[in-house]
Write a protein that binds this ligand. Structure first.
Ligand code: NAD
Length: 286
């Protein structure tokens, strides 16, 4: 692991790293001494991020839905850095609204980017980490939506549940196959103030994302750094919200009955933040 004093930080890949959380995770990995392959379906954003990170970063256009592109990213980092140490499956998309309002293409988009993309990345990384010396660490950015129901984000929630089921099952398969030096850690954050939510302050479908503690990206990056030092199967952020949603999962009928109150809390936060944003705009500050 990267925490081991005998191991030097080698190559790392971050998907969806052109902006938002992925960009900040890539920054943290460069600061830890990794050579980072900054990948994104938006090639210009990946190039801009890698340029800002300096000589320890390389950009590559990668659509995580396409296994051949993901495998090419894996081969590229091994070529550039000698070995793959860390792979972060971060790319994600969120389209809100009740599922019956989505067309098939929208359902497919969320499932393919969030779930299939994470599977493609995990399997590419497992291949390289088993072959190479010293194993490695795969970080899968899931969501609290991956461990509980989220009205307004039903398809997204389904895609993140798939991430959790796949990650934990694959870890069990690795251990059953006596592979002890490849780790998978899932991070399940509450809403994070990134471009994914920036345009959703007046979106009722996104209210649940604003109903708890709206995280700043650096708080999630700190949690990723901690699990890099000490692999952990599931990290809910903040921890208390993880406990609350798991309690709700134990009593689904109660969880359903309480949902409207939680939605109203989220709508209040959206309203407050909208007003603050309008105030800042009036003052010409954003
Ligand atoms: N923002 C939140 O509230 C929140 C909460 C919990 C979990 N997450 C998860 O965190 C991760 C990062 O999200 P974010 O908030 O930074 O969102 P974001 O929208 O700011 O960034 C997502 C990035 O993924 C890229 N991407 C989209 N489709 C892709 C594809 N097919 N292939 C490769 N890259 C693709 C985008 O170009 C973008 O750069 C996602 O997995 C998201 O589901 C976000």
């Amino acid at each position: 692991m990267s925490s081991s004093p005998t191991r030097w930080p080698a190559g790392a890949v971050v998907t969806g790293a052109g902006r938002g959380l992925g960009r900040q995770i890539a920054t943290m990995l460069v600061e830890r001494g990794h050579h980072v392959l900054v990948t994104d379906v938006d090639g210009a954003a990946a190039t801009e991020t890698a340029a800002a990170l300096g000589s320890l970063a390389t950009a590559m256009t990668v659509d995580v839905r396409d296994e051949s592109q993901v495998l090419a990213a894996r081969d590229r980092i091994v070529e550039v850095a000698g070995r793959l140490d860390v792979w972060v499956n971060n790319a994600g998309v969120l389209v809100t609204g009740p599922p019956w309002e989505h067309d098939e293409a929208t359902r497919r988009l969320m499932l393919e980017v969030n779930a299939l993309g994470t599977m493609n990345g995990t399997l590419a990384a497992v291949g390289a980490m088993r072959r190479g010396s010293g194993g490695g660490h795969i970080i899968n950015i899931a969501s609290l939506a991956g461990i509980t129901a989220v009205p307004g984000e039903g398809v997204y929630s389904a895609s993140k549940h798939a991430v959790m089921g796949f990650s934990l099952s694959t870890m069990a398969d690795l251990r059953a196959a006596k592979v002890k030096d490849v780790h998978i850690s899932c991070i399940c954050p509450d809403g994070i103030w990134t471009p994914m939510l920036h345009d959703k302050l007046d979106d009722p479908g996104a209210a649940l994302s604003f109903s708890g503690k709206l995280l700043q990206p650096h708080e999630v990056v700190t949690a990723v750094g901690k699990v890099l030092d000490e692999p952990r199967l599931v990290t809910a952020l903040p921890r208390w919200r993880g406990a609350v949603v798991r309690f709700g999962d134990l009593f689904p009928a109660l969880g359903l009955a309480l949902t409207p109150f939680v939605v109203r809390q989220g709508e209040r936060t959206q309203r407050r933040m909208r007003k603050q944003q309008q105030g800042r705009r009036r003052l010409g500050r954003g």
